[in-house]
Design a binder for this molecule. Structure first.
Ligand code: FES
Ligand code: FES
Length: 162
C-alpha cells in the first residue's frame, strides 16, 4: 500500500531479502535503479536496460521480473529477493553451489540474473523430472555471452536433483 506522495516521490514498504524496508522513492525510478543506487545492492546487474538480457532479474513475490522494466513503486507491499539474499550463514544456496561445481560462470555479468531465474525454476520444479528443453524455456529471458549455456543447464539439472 502506497502511504505518501510528494512531488513525484512516494513512501513504499516492502521486504528485501527478508528485511522490512521503508523507502521514499522517485516514482520514475525502476526497481533496478533503487536496488543498485539507493540500497547498494549491486549484485543485480544492468545489461540492456530494456528487458532483453535478464541480467537484472529478481523475484518479486516469487515471480521472476526484469527489474529494469519494473517501477520501484510497484514493489510496495511485496517481498523482493535479490542475489545478495541467496547465500545463508556464509553458505551458498543449492543453485549457487551448483553453478560453481559445474563451472557455469565465466565473466559473471549475467550470473546474478541467471541465479535468480534458476532459483525460481528449481523451486517450482522441485522433485520433478524436467527435460533440457523445459530448462531452456525456463531461462529464455536470460542471455549469456560467455558460457554457451551447457554448464548452466547442468547446474540447473544438478540443483533439481539435490
Ligand atoms: S538489464 Fe533488464 S533485461 Fe537487460
Ligand atoms: S558468464 Fe559472461 S555473460 Fe554469462
Amino acid at each position: 500500500m502506497t502511504t505518501q506522495s510528494d512531488n513525484g516521490f512516494r513512501k513504499i514498504q516492502c521486504t528485501i531479502n527478508g528485511t522490512p524496508r521503508s523507502l521514499f522513492i522517485d516514482v520514475r525510478k525502476s526497481l533496478l535503479e533503487v536496488l543498485r543506487q539507493e540500497l547498494g545492492l549491486t549484485g543485480t546487474k544492468e545489461g540492456c536496460g530494456v528487458g532483453e538480457c535478464g541480467a537484472c532479474s529478481v523475484l518479486v513475490d516469487e515471480v521472476l521480473v526484469d527489474s529494469c522494466l519494473y517501477l520501484a513503486v510497484w514493489a510496495d507491499g511485496t517481498a523482493i529477493r535479490t542475489v545478495e539474499g541467496e547465500a545463508r550463514d556464509g553458505k551458498l544456496s543449492v543453485v549457487q553451489q551448483a553453478y560453481v561445481d559445474e563451472g557455469a560462470v565465466q565473466c559473471g555479468f549475467c550470473t546474478p540474473g541467471f541465479i535468480m531465474a534458476s532459483t525460481s525454476f528449481v523451486e517450482k520444479h522441485e522433485g520433478q523430472d524436467v527435460s533440457e528443453d523445459e530448462i531452456r524455456k525456463g531461462h529464455a529471458g536470460n542471455l549469456c555471452r560467455c558460457t554457451g549455456y551447457q554448464n548452466i543447464l547442468k547446474a540447473v539439472e544438478k540443483s533439481i536433483k539435490s
